[in-house]
Design a protein around this ligand. Structure first.
Ligand code: S3P
Length: 173
């Protein structure tokens, strides 16, 4: 199985799906946000607050450069990773880029439940919807394939991802 890179808006379930896929496929998970927090010894919210968003985006790009050389990994990205062209290219070099998407109601319910996300906390549903819309093109530009998560269980989503990757691979040989 090639590397799999999961992209999608905040709250779409990238971490949960990555963990389950890794178990099913016996691959290793790389949680970009968690790894950045560990290396910086700071939470994402603190990095944003102290060093600003651009600094955080540079850390994401650096990490993606590292990951492009690895094998056997499922990468769970942060929701804003698709914004930079260089990141999109690096993700493509790393593996199959899978876009998880959900409707604004699901996303809103999930991202406002806690305070961990500096770009989503204290936002209205309309503001979340506007940010989703603004990013839509970048998600589309990044993805090799797309999976909707609405009304599906975690195993259903994982099976769908695996099936679609296998179909893609068959077509390419
Ligand atoms: C961000 C998403 C977050 C995290 C940071 C910025 C974004 O990751 O990287 O708060 O710009 O969408 P999740 O998608 O895991 O919430």
């Amino acid at each position: 199985m090639p590397n799999i890179v999961l992209v999608g808006f905040m709250g779409v379930g990238k971490s949960t799906i990555a963990a389950r896929l890794a178990k099913m496929l016996k691959m290793k998970v790389v949680e970009m946000d968690k790894l950045i927090e560990k290396r910086q010894e700071m939470s994402i919210s603190d990095i944003f607050e102290r060093n600003g968003e651009d600094y955080f985006r540079d850390l994401e790009t650096e990490l993606l450069r590292e990951l492009a050389g690895e094998t056997g990994i499922i990468v769970s990205t942060g929701g804003g990773v698709v914004l930079r062209r260089e990141n999109r290219d690096l993700m493509r070099q790393t593996g199959i880029v899978v876009l998880l998407h959900a409707n604004v109601h699901t996303i809103y319910r999930r991202v406002t439940m806690n305070d961990r996300r500096p770009l989503a906390s204290r936002q209205s549903k309309a503001q979340i919807g506007a940010l989703m819309k603004k990013r839509e093109l970048f998600y589309e530009l990044s993805a090799d394939l797309k999976v909707s998560i609405n009304r599906k269980t975690v195993p259903m989503i994982c099976q769908e991802i695996i099936r679609k990757i296998e179909e893609m691979e068959e077509k390419n040989v």
